[in-house]
Design a protein around this ligand. Structure first.
Ligand SMILES: Cc1cc2nc3c(=O)[nH]c(=O)nc-3n(C[C@H](O)[C@H](O)[C@H](O)COP(=O)(O)O)c2cc1C
Length: 179
């Protein structure tokens, strides 16, 4: 798939997944796409845990409580971890680092024919949920759980949101000029 087609094809899928395993080879490709993302001052503050053990997946997804979370049926997933390492002085880029990694992975997931959704708010809104997932994954204290990507073949096409027009968000040379 062409990279531009892949970017346009990606969307947040919140439905159920088909019960077909994601081969470890594909999971590794997705993880490597995440690790290949740029990071501020090359501090590589993002770490990833690939999940294809059903019991672990079930435990994690059951902690993500809100309604409308179809990720519970995903046969695989990735947990996104960050370390608060400064880029320099007291300047931190770890949020930008993991955001870049997540987008790379979402594109890799799309290119491989799977669906996913960037689950972050539903985890970081609760320090308790973050802690519970960290305990489940046996994380050392300096790793913070910030996101989860369910991965699998979607049961059916999900709904796309509406987007603002190009001319409402992007301009050439000066604010407000789209030509
Ligand atoms: C930082 C961030 C946090 C997000 N957290 C969640 C989340 O917790 N749950 C969820 O269903 N979607 C979450 N999303 C997905 C957004 O809701 C989604 O990207 C947005 O509605 C646009 O839809 P699209 O991804 O289909 O283009 C998050 C996206 C970002 C960038």
């Amino acid at each position: 798939m062409d990279i531009f087609e892949c970017i346009q094809k990606r969307y947040s899928y919140r439905g159920s997944y088909v019960n077909t395993p994601v081969p470890r080879e594909d999971l590794e490709k997705i993880i490597k796409a995440g690790l290949a993302a740029p990071s501020g001052c090359n501090k590589q503050t993002t770490s990833l845990i690939g999940l294809d053990d059903q019991q672990t997946l079930d435990s994690i997804t059951s902690l993500i409580k809100k309604n409308g979370f179809g990720g519970k049926t995903a046969p695989a997933g990735i947990c996104i971890l960050t370390q608060q390492i400064p880029g320099y002085a007291d300047v931190y880029f770890n949020i930008q680092d993991y955001s870049a990694a997540i987008e790379n992975m979402l594109l890799a997931i799309t290119a491989l024919g799977y669906a996913s959704c960037w689950i972050e708010g539903q985890i970081t809104e609760s320090a308790e949920t973050q802690k519970q997932i960290a305990t489940l994954l046996n994380l050392p204290a300096d790793y913070i759980v910030v996101g989860f990507l369910p991965i699998g073949i979607p049961e059916k096409e999900g709904k796309r949101p509406s987007y603002k027009l190009f001319s409402q968000r992007a301009w050439y040379n000066i604010y407000g000029t789209s030509k």
